[in-house]
Ligand binder design. Structure first.
Ligand SMILES: Cc1cc2nc3c(=O)[nH]c(=O)nc-3n(C[C@H](O)[C@H](O)[C@H](O)COP(=O)(O)OP(=O)(O)OC[C@H]3O[C@@H](n4cnc5c(N)ncnc54)[C@H](O)[C@@H]3O)c2cc1C
Length: 475
């Protein structure tokens, strides 16, 4: 009998350097690639339309690339354990292969799948989503790293696997039916935001473009908000349209050892792994502070302030530009993410989890490990986080990272005519200047929602209670 293996794609939507797919190809005569639409994910309140749109396009591209190799992608909808059991019966497959995930939801789902398929076929999970497996990098004491710099050094001391090419041809049985391709609407979503083109083909093109034109400038331009100074590969890494090992080696081999752009970009790829292993080893961070004492912080949680923050109407131009970039494009610059997260938690004194949820709903790259890590870093509740007494001044951040105001003007049209001198603090324009430039504060553009100095003092008091010896974080 022909040996068949089901290859269950989840967030590894590519053929290049796909560990489970290559293992299935090596072990079986026929491979059955399948993607399952899971209503438990589609119905989650933080599953955003822009991410589902990107997913659909990535699946289309995966199917095209499989067809070019003599195969195709089967689509099914339902509970994965039931769908896979049904497919095992239909195809007489001897095994289900997939790439492991680190999210608590995925780990529980995969445990259910294993239990359900026991006795029917083999089930094998592979490490694929990072530069290294989440358990692979440990301190000398055998514990997971919770501080980034030594973690980075430990990763760099390990051999990072070289990426492997996709199988040239794949045999897939012709008689296994697929569900029809759903539209975004069929899946219950609609959006006016256009995500970047999904899929492995676009990921490879973007990687090549960045390596040729962006990597050398990365160290100097990555924090300039108006520059196209970063790779914008995050949605592709999020859905596995790009292998992190392919990205790592492409950068490593493109420029001489020690090049600042390359070193700093690779450090970002390692941040991604760092937060993956944090989520894997400390799954409680999904709902609470890494430093557990901070679960008792007395957030003020003013709901109308939160709405204004979400809409980009706080009266702080850099914050408003960033929040509108998120709503209109589904992506936000990393520096801007840090600024708005600091502003929400330390100026508005709103629980970081509120901001985390809003980001998850709207980001095309929304990813539990990186998003949670970024929010807990900014809120000072996380591992190796920004110390609580370092509070960004949003106006100073705007002047430093958007010196010409180009980023603010791109996303906040009310401020387009405001002269450079006032672009980051338009409320300081004298009334006649406001009228002259058609930006009357309180009419055309909001007055600042809060006084930064006063809120900063409140935040220091709020956090300071937990920094005293008897209430030190990490109790
Ligand atoms: C509050 C907050 C929330 C965030 N939420 C997410 C999220 O949901 N999904 C997400 O992928 N990133 C998140 N980040 C990290 C970072 O902002 C994005 O990865 C980055 O902006 C993506 O742009 P890029 O692809 O051009 O990055 P580049 O600068 O080109 O970096 C290359 C890759 O490294 C990874 N990376 C870069 N910075 C980080 C980081 N700090 N943590 C983890 N991985 C990183 C990403 O995969 C990125 O694509 C968040 C950061 C903060 C401060």
């Amino acid at each position: 009998m022909t040996k068949r293996i089901l290859c269950w794609f989840r967030r590894d939507l590519r053929l290049d350097d796909n560990t489970a797919l290559l293992a299935a190809y090596a072990a079986a005569e026929e491979v059955v690639p399948v993607f399952i639409f899971d209503d438990a994910i589609l119905s989650r309140p933080d599953t955003g339309a822009v991410r589902v749109a990107f997913l659909l396009e990535s699946l289309r591209n995966l199917d095209e690339n499989l067809r070019a190799r003599g195969s195709r992608l089967l689509l099914r909808r339902g509970r994965p354990e039931h769908v896979l059991a049904q497919l095992v019966t239909e195809t007489a497959a001897s095994a289900v292969y997939f790439n492991r995930d680190v999210e608590p939801f995925a780990l529980a789902r995969d445990a259910r799948v294993r239990a359900h398929l026991e006795g029917r076929c083999a089930v094998e999970g592979f490490d694929d989503g990072g530069l290294t497996a989440p358990e692979a990098v440990r301190t000398k004491a055998g514990t997971p790293y919770t501080v980034f710099t030594p973690y980075r050094q430990a990763v760099l001391a390990q051999p990072i696997p070289r990426p492997r090419l996709a199988p040239a041809m794949l045999r897939t049985p012709a008689d296994v039916p697929s569900d029809p391709w759903p539209s975004l609407k069929d899946l219950g979503f609609a959006t006016s935001v256009s995500p970047p083109p999904g899929g492995e083909t676009s990921a490879q093109a973007r990687l090549q473009g960045f390596i040729q034109n962006g990597l050398a400038r990365y160290a100097t331009e990555r924090d300039v908000l108006s520059a196209d100074g970063t790779s914008r590969l995050s949605p592709y890494l999020r859905f596995g349209c790009l292998s992190p090992r392919r990205a790592y080696w492409a950068a490593r081999e493109a420029v001489p050892e020690g090049s600042p752009g390359m070193e700093s970009w690779i450090a970002e790829l390692i941040w991604r792994d760092f937060y993956r292993q944090i989520l894997f080893h400390f799954p409680y961070v999904e709902t609470g502070a890494f430093r557990r004492a901070y679960d008792d912080l007395a957030w003020e949680n003013n709901a109308s302030w939160f709405d204004l923050w979400c809409q980009g109407k706080t009266g702080f131009p850099i914050v408003d530009a960033a929040m509108r970039q998120l709503l209109t494009t589904g992506w936000m610059h990393n520096r801007a993410r840090m600024i708005v997260a600091s502003f929400l938690t330390k100026d508005l004194l709103i629980d970081w989890r509120w901001g985390e949820r809003h980001f998850m709903k709207h980001l095309v790259d929304g990813d539990l490990a990186a998003n949670n890590g970024g929010w807990q870093w900014a809120a000072s509740t996380g591992t190796d986080a920004q110390p609580y007494f370092r509070i960004f001044n949003p106006t100073a951040q705007g002047k430093k990272f958007d010196p010409t105001g180009a980023y603010v003007r791109q996303y906040v049209p009310e401020l387009r005519a405001v002269p450079d001198r006032w672009i980051h603090e338009p409320s300081r324009m004298p009334p006649d200047v406001q009228r002259a430039f058609r930006c009357v504060i309180g009419v055309d553009y909001p007055a600042p929602l809060v006084d930064h100095g006063r809120q900063r003092a409140k935040a220091l008091t709020m956090f300071g209670r937990f920094a005293s010896p008897e209430k030190r974080p990490g109790r």
